[in-house]
Design a protein. Structure first.
Lengths: 319, 311
């Protein structure tokens, strides 16, 4: 049956653009989208709408952060290829502290590749090549020691991946210098405690820091990964679909956490859950086939997209 | 199990029923064989049970009241286990790390893999013969026992342990590789993303995560070492008593010759020379207990805290 017609989008929104959207959905494209309306709480978006929005209430936009907006990173004409295949093409984008930047787009559009270029993790793929310039506080990241860069630009992955050690050792992991004399547990305690508080996990694990991290629940593990990423006091926090493996309740906790963190670190989140982008992002970049199609404040990208491709994609998700 | 009609074996086609009962039969037969071996050895072993044998050195005499126990073979087995594990475990883990985490150039990795397979497939008597030729070289004489007149004998604990370690090595490599491969790539990336080098990632994250696998492989390898006879007979000299190779020093012990439970059983059982069958049965029972204990250890380690990540 699947062979006879283009694949129907099973659950997730991003498939709409991969396959030709069914006619029913296309009606939305020519209308002025009124996106701020709540999505219907049916099965299709049940996962997404059960987060901050709560039961039947409209998706709530975050209040803009009162703090100053400081540009920490910038990509300039960044182009990334895997062998012959261009994954990211000519992307110029600012990353600011004090706000959350969400990268949205269908699967394979290059948003994760772009995210991984910000801490040069893309380099571990042997075939990957990168052009253009990326700066952190004005300094070219290619000129920085890669380990030093990754301490300043930290990352949380799609799957929770605590290390097979205690909760304490996980958070202290980035703080312990390689090779040289290792600081003792007491010296690290304040940093570890601080990171766990910031990640909203202290109340749950503060008394059991010596327990194995892999015994925690999935949501706790992911917050532990955030604490681990925060422990070395990074300037930028990269989140690669951090909630896609989590239940709605854990998702909500992490989204609230991200909103709290945006004043201390610049936050970039890759998500293909547009409800989530709407809930937490201040700025949104919509990527399609490696290109940054549209970048702007979340209200504008979701409420009044300039580009037809954005309109189609966003409309598909909310219409 | 439900008792729904389609689930009843009686309603199955004949060939399925035959297969079903054959599967049951095979499992039960194996239990029977293993049980028979253990019970028979336990019966014969305990029949000649004499704790004193464990603490008495053997003597070469046909008078069984004077031929002593098998203290030296027990020490020999333990020493050989420790020495060969000390070689095989670090070497095997290092090879496994290189193969899974580096493994480039690809042709070299393939060659290393083939080499491990060749070693795994080589019969231990062939390893023993090669070891004898190797250690009989004049310039390696300091590693083995001196024959009369200073000729290089090529037999010692060092020589036997070196070749024994090749028996254990493929098991350590295999189990460690399996454990490392089971760690998802994003766990490694998470460590890199925190500013750690590859070396630090291997040391702090991958090795701890692979520890159960390393333990399993090592214990399996020890079981094989404890059970091997050919290398002991050819390379350890199979002298009843441990002979020190240099004025009683520790290095002299490594350089000396000796025997293990396997060679002791071989020389004393009816299957071998048949010198002292009663003592051989008891020694065989002790050996069986050692190997069963090692296998039990494997199961315990394998059931240990295996960290589970989503891939």
């Amino acid at each position: 049956m699947d062979a006879l017609k283009p694949p129907e989008p099973p659950r997730e929104e991003q498939d709409v653009i991969v396959a030709p959207p069914p006619p029913v959905r296309r009606i939305v494209v020519d209308q002025e989208p009124t996106v701020v309306q709540p999505p219907p709480a049916n099965g299709h978006v049940a996962h997404a709408s059960s987060g901050v929005a709560g039961l039947g209430s409209p998706v709530r936009r975050p209040e803009p952060s009162p703090g100053p907006k400081v540009e920490r990173m910038r990509t300039e004409s960044v182009r990334i290829s895997y062998g012959e295949k261009v994954a990211v093409d000519d992307v110029t984008l600012p990353v600011r502290q004090g706000e959350v930047l969400a990268l949205i787009g269908p699967s394979g559009c290059g948003k994760t590749t772009l995210l991984r270029s910000l801490n040069r993790l893309v380099e571990i793929t042997p075939t990957a090549t990168r052009g253009g310039r990326i700066t952190l506080d004005g300094e070219d990241i290619d000129r920085m020691e890669v380990t030093a860069l990754r301490r300043r630009v930290s990352m949380v992955f799609q799957q929770p991946n605590p290390f097979p050690m205690s909760i304490f050792d996980n958070v202290a992991y980035a703080l312990r210098e390689q090779g040289s004399g290792r600081p003792g547990k007491d010296a690290l305690m304040s940093h570890v405690g601080d990171a766990l508080v910031r990640a909203g996990l202290w109340d749950e694990v503060g008394a059991t820091l010596d327990h194995p991290a892999l015994r925690l629940s999935g949501g706790q593990q992911q917050r532990l990964c955030i604490a681990r990423a925060l422990a070395a006091r990074p300037e930028v926090l990269l989140l690669d679909e951090p909630c896609s493996a989590l239940d709605p309740r854990s998702t909500q906790v992490i989204e609230e956490l991200i909103l709290k963190l945006r004043d201390e670190v610049a936050v970039v989140i890759v998500t293909h859950n547009m409800q989530q982008a709407l809930r937490i992002a201040d700025h949104v970049g919509f990527m399609y086939l490696g290109e940054l199609v549209e970048y702007g404040p979340a209200e504008q990208v979701f409420g009044d997209p300039r580009e037809p491709r954005t309109r189609e994609y966003v409309g598909g998700a909310f219409g | 199990m439900s008792t729904a009609p389609y689930d009843s074996v009686r309603s199955w086609p004949l060939r399925d029923r035959v297969g079903y009962y054959a599967a049951w039969g095979a499992g039960l037969t194996l239990i029977g064989v293993a049980g028979a071996i253990v019970l028979y050895m336990a019966f014969r072993g305990l029949q000649y049970f004499d704790l004193g044998l464990l603490f008495d050195s053997p003597n070469s005499t046909l008078d069984q009241s004077q031929s002593g126990g098998f203290k030296d073979p027990i020490i020999g087995t333990a020493l050989l286990l420790v020495m060969s594990t000390a070689i095989a475990a670090p070497l095997g883990v290092t090879i496994a790390i290189w193969l899974t985490e580096y493994g480039r150039p690809a042709w070299l990795a393939r060659t290393v893999e083939s080499a491990v397979e060749v070693v795994a497939g080589t019969p231990s008597i062939v390893l023993a013969m090669f070891g004898l030729v190797f250690f009989q070289q004049q310039w390696l004489g300091f590693l083995t026992f001196d024959a009369e007149g200073g000729a290089v004998l090529g037999r010692s604990f060092i020589a036997a342990a070196a070749m024994m370690s090749l028996i254990a090595l493929p098991l350590v490599v295999g189990a460690t590789r399996e454990a490392l491969n089971a760690i998802p790539g994003h766990v490694r990336e998470a460590s890199y993303a925190l500013g750690k080098t590859k070396a630090a990632t291997i040391r702090r994250v991958l090795l701890p995560a692979a520890r159960p696998g390393i333990g399993t492989g090592t214990a399996l390898g020890m079981g094989r070492v404890a059970g091997d006879t050919a290398i002991v007979v050819v390379l350890l000299g199979a002298t009843l008593q441990i002979l020190n190779g240099a004025n009683g020093s520790v290095f002299g012990l490594f350089r000396g010759t000796g025997s293990t439970l396997t060679s002791y059983v071989y020389y004393n059982s009816p299957a071998g020379e048949g010198l002292a069958p009663e003592k051989a049965y008891f020694a065989a029972f002790v050996l069986l207990l050692v190997v069963i204990a090692l296998n039990f250890l494997v199961t315990r380690i394998a059931r240990g805290r295996e960290p589970a990540w989503t891939r």
